[in-house]
Design a protein around this ligand. Structure first.
Ligand code: NAD
Ligand code: WQD
Length: 338
């Protein structure tokens, strides 16, 4: 069975390609490499001893998609391709709406025409509005997004659920990721953000490896146990396994279903720094600075629907996440770029 993975050269995509190959799926990737390096796929092939068919191109390129669907018998699509930097989306809203919405519209148009109607979509916990009680359930309030990136995820969920409502042959799984961190235990693939990292864990690992002087902790006056923001960090290898579970679910069901992919446990920024230092015995200097606009006190999942219906749960510990993130960064101080 062949799975088309859009954005497969990226952070979560490359880990998912590896899991799919390990489980015997054929993997075809389309990626325009706007935020990734094709070395990630070379390394996935080296780790598994299997091949990936790679198309360098844009998911909005309808002719290329037609060619891919005509060339391969595709069972399902996992759609990772998208721009994901929150701050950049505020500065460049049109680019984010164009890329993230049009990629999904073109992809589902070609899928519909070729009769491939199983789709797994990378959504985000960012679609939940700020007025919810924790933990977040799939039926918690959504909307009220604070940036264009979040709106693209919210709107794509609307588009895809409308599609499944109108055509009962579709099987669509919306996966709302919480905070993916860590790397494959080999240290050969991992997260390699361009420029200054927006997210906490890559910032921590870049401080630890000496690329940045110190971590800025954004606020220590939140309503949490130590005043710093609390999030639900999930190991990227667990997240990848969640996609294989979703592919199996989509093969056996129709309609549109939404699932949280999180652990259900929240950790603060200072918990994360402490766990990283303890797991790896390296220093992570930090300073407390002002809050980052738009950040919530806390955000963590209720993962029980995924456990019940996808038969999936996160297995890896915070220590695993910290160790594997450092294993990747220390073996690849400049990411894929050297
Ligand atoms: P990533 O940037 O590492 O991977 C995305 C990949 O998509 C990149 O390889 C990029 O080159 C490619 N891409 C982007 N636009 C494309 C286009 N139009 N055509 C072809 N390729 C294109 O990001 P990631 O962390 O692996 O995230 C994957 C998906 O998961 C994204 O949709 C992201 O919004 C979503 N997500 C990520 C997180 C997170 O914290 N990493 C959390 C929630 C949701
Ligand atoms: C985590 C915590 C920060 C950096 C973002 C997106 C979300 C999703 C995941 C895609 C917060 C604090 C961070 C730093 C810090 N992505 N922090 N210093 O904000 O929960 O979610 O990534 O869908 O949409 O918004 O993740 O890693 O940026 O922050 O103190 O240098 O770490 O304030 O409490 P966030 P994050």
């Amino acid at each position: 069975m062949n799975i088309l993975v859009t954005g497969g050269a990226g952070y979560i995509g490359s880990h998912t390609c590896l899991k799919l190959l390990e489980q015997g799926y054929g993997v075809i990737v389309i990626d325009n490499l706007c935020n990734s390096n094709p070395k990630s796929l070379d390394r996935v092939c080296a780790l598994t001893g299997k091949d990936i068919t790679f198309y360098e191109g844009d998911v909005r390129d309808e002719a290329l998609l037609r060619k891919i669907f005509a060339t391969h018998e595709i069972t399902a699509v996992i759609h990772f391709a998208g721009l994901k930097a929150v701050g950049e989306s505020v500065a460049q809203p049109w680019r984010y709406y164009d890329n993230n919405l049009n990629s999904t519209l073109v992809l589902t148009k070609v899928m519909s025409e070729t009769g491939v109607k199983r789709l797994i979509f990378s959504s985000s916990a960012t679609v939940y509005s700020g007025d919810n009680q924790m933990p977040l359930r799939e039926d918690s309030h959504t909307g009220g997004c604070t940036n264009p990136y979040g709106w693209t995820k919210y709107m794509t969920e609307q588009i895809l659920s409308g599609l499944a409502h109108a055509d009962k042959d579709w099987s669509i799984v919306l996966l709302r990721y919480f905070n993916p961190i860590g790397a494959h235990e080999s240290g050969l693939i991992g997260e390699d953000p361009r420029g200054i990292p927006n997210n906490l864990m890559p910032y921590i690992t870049q401080v630890a490896v000496g690329r940045r002087e110190k971590l800025s902790v954004f606020g220590n006056d939140y309503a949490t146990h130590d005043g710093t923001g609390v999030r639900d960090y999930i190991h990227v290898v667990d997240l990848a396994a969640g996609h294989v579970a979703a592919v199996k679910y989509a093969a056996a069901n129709t309609g549109c279903e939404v699932f949280n992919l999180g652990t259900g446990t929240g950790y603060s920024v200072l918990d994360m720094v402490g766990a990283f230092v303890k797991a790896n015995n390296v220093a992570v200097p930090y300073q407390i600075v002002d809050r980052r606009p738009g950040d919530l006190d806390e955000c963590y999942a209720d993962p029980t629907k995924s456990e019940r219906m996808l038969n999936w749960r996160a297995e890896k510990s915070l220590e695993d996440m910290c160790r594997d993130a450092w294993n990747w960064q220390s073996k690849n101080p400049m990411g894929y770029g050297e």
